[in-house]
Design a protein around this ligand. Structure first.
Ligand SMILES: Nc1ncnc2c1ncn2[C@@H]1O[C@H](COP(=O)(O)OP(=O)(O)O)[C@@H](O)[C@H]1O
Ligand SMILES: [Mg+2]
Length: 258
């Protein structure tokens, strides 16, 4: 059995007059210690899928097995425990603006009831890991995007997770900073053995660090496999379109258009 196993997952958002089929019968598996990519254009259902994995969004149908436990079937208490294994990082960083960097990283440990002194010691270590220890006393407004994301990664580590879900974590960053953050995620994946799920609309992000990738298109999983195969020989329209977008943006860079 795989570490994360998604079976026949469907999610429909029901409105007053209409409903949106955000995910249709999604099946995929993610192994422990893997860096797995999920790519698709805006509206494809990526955020819905990632929010279903930790049950921030309740699926209408299907199973989400994490380490053999079917998330939708858990009691509130069991779910709280399982969720502790899963950290998330976001495009907009979601830091607490009125707390300094160190206290942001301490936050999940406070919630978990870890004593303040120990939490601060551990937080300092995590800040070293993400190479931003010198900003411990700074406030989020004083940081660049890349620095904020480093703090968010340190905060994710502070919950001692087995899985990190990244929803467009580098989409607000320039290409160079994106590269550095991806390198950091890879290092964390290797050093801590944390399984990383990367959600993005950018092919180059997937290419840089993911082993396998799933392509989402209008709520359907249209292609899945090792990154090298999917990108070398894309079969679905969606994957071909994503590849074209990447090539155009690279040409733009070469011609100084970006
Ligand atoms: N809370 C919600 N209520 C209603 N519709 C939603 C909600 N969240 C997302 N959707 C719709 O579901 C579809 C997939 O959205 P989303 O998962 O955010 O896609 P992506 O992250 O790939 O851009 C979109 O059509 C979006 O408008
Ligand atoms: Mg999204």
């Amino acid at each position: 059995m795989s570490f994360i196993q998604i079976e026949h997952l469907s999610k429909t958002y029901k409105g007053k007059d209409d409903s949106v089929h955000a995910l249709n019968d999604i099946n995929l598996t993610i192994e422990k210690g893997e860096i797995y990519g999920i790519i698709g254009l805006s509206g494809a259902g990526k955020s819905t899928l990632v929010r279903c994995i930790n049950l921030l969004e309740r699926p209408c149908e299907g199973k989400i097995l994490i380490d053999g436990k079917n998330m939708p079937e858990l009691s509130e208490k069991e779910l709280r425990e399982e969720r502790r294994k899963i950290a998330m990082i976001f495009q907009q960083f979601n830091l607490l603006m009125q707390r300094n960097v160190l206290d942001n990283v301490c936050f999940p440990m406070e919630i978990a009831g870890i004593k303040r002194k120990e939490a601060r010691l551990r937080a300092k270590e995590y800040l070293k890991t993400v190479e931003i220890a010198e900003k411990a006393k700074a406030y989020p407004v004083q940081l660049s995007g890349g620095q904020k994301q480093r703090v968010a990664i340190a905060r994710a580590l502070a919950s001692n997770p087995e899985i990190i879900l990244c929803d467009e974590a580098t989409s607000a960053l320039d290409p160079q900073t994106t590269g550095r953050i991806l390198k950091l995620l890879k290092q964390i994946n290797e050093d801590y053995g944390i399984t990383v799920v990367i959600i993005t609309h950018e092919m180059r992000v997937i290419e840089e660090i993911c082993g396998r990738v799933a392509v989402l298109d209008k709520g359907n999983l249209v292609e899945e496999g090792p990154v090298s195969e999917v990108f070398k020989n894309p079969k679905s329209k969606a994957a071909k379109r994503l590849l074209l977008t990447k090539e155009l943006s690279e040409e733009g860079e070469e011609n100084g258009l970006n």
